[in-house]
Design a protein around this ligand. Structure first.
Ligand SMILES: [Zn+2]
Length: 145
């Protein structure tokens, strides 16, 4: 097996795992039922958050554990081969993620990250998001200037 095709295979495998978006959709549907209105994959906002609640200025990113380097998560573990290659790649993703969050916060947005593995428990994710969505603006650390 040459290098490129094994790299591509690892990539495909991680993508396929991410395709199972069932729980993500479940969380969205529940939010909608509760009366929250959102936009999906809002390209106008920095970093294209997966869910944006414009009236509440809340942006939510749903992150795959592998690509976004979820620390301490079994799904965020690096493959056993070409460790340096993956480490560099995923560290770059992590840096990009945190600078997006910082910039959004500076612009007065409240951000939340939902990890792919957390979606195993959609109601817990939902609870956390509702808490963020319902938090009084003045108490939010992200909204202070
Ligand atoms: Zn995870």
């Amino acid at each position: 097996m040459d290098r490129l095709s094994s790299e591509r295979r690892s990539w495909l495998m991680s993508q396929v795992k991410g395709i199972n978006t069932g729980p993500e959709i479940a969380v969205r549907k529940m939010l909608f039922k509760l009366g929250y209105r959102y936009r999906l994959h809002c390209k106008k906002l920095l970093g294209t958050p997966d869910l944006v609640f414009p009236s509440r200025r809340v942006a939510v990113f749903v992150n795959g554990c592998f690509w976004h380097g979820h620390r301490g998560c079994p799904k965020g573990r690096l493959p056993k081969s070409r460790v340096e290659y993956w480490r560099t790649k995923i560290e770059a993703n992590r840096k990009r993620d945190s600078s997006r969050v910082r910039q959004l916060r500076r612009a007065g947005w409240l951000t939340a990250v939902v990890w792919q593995c957390e979606l195993k428990n959609p109601s817990k994710v939902l609870q956390r998001l509702v808490q963020i969505l319902e938090a009084p603006a003045s108490s939010l650390h992200g909204r202070k200037h």
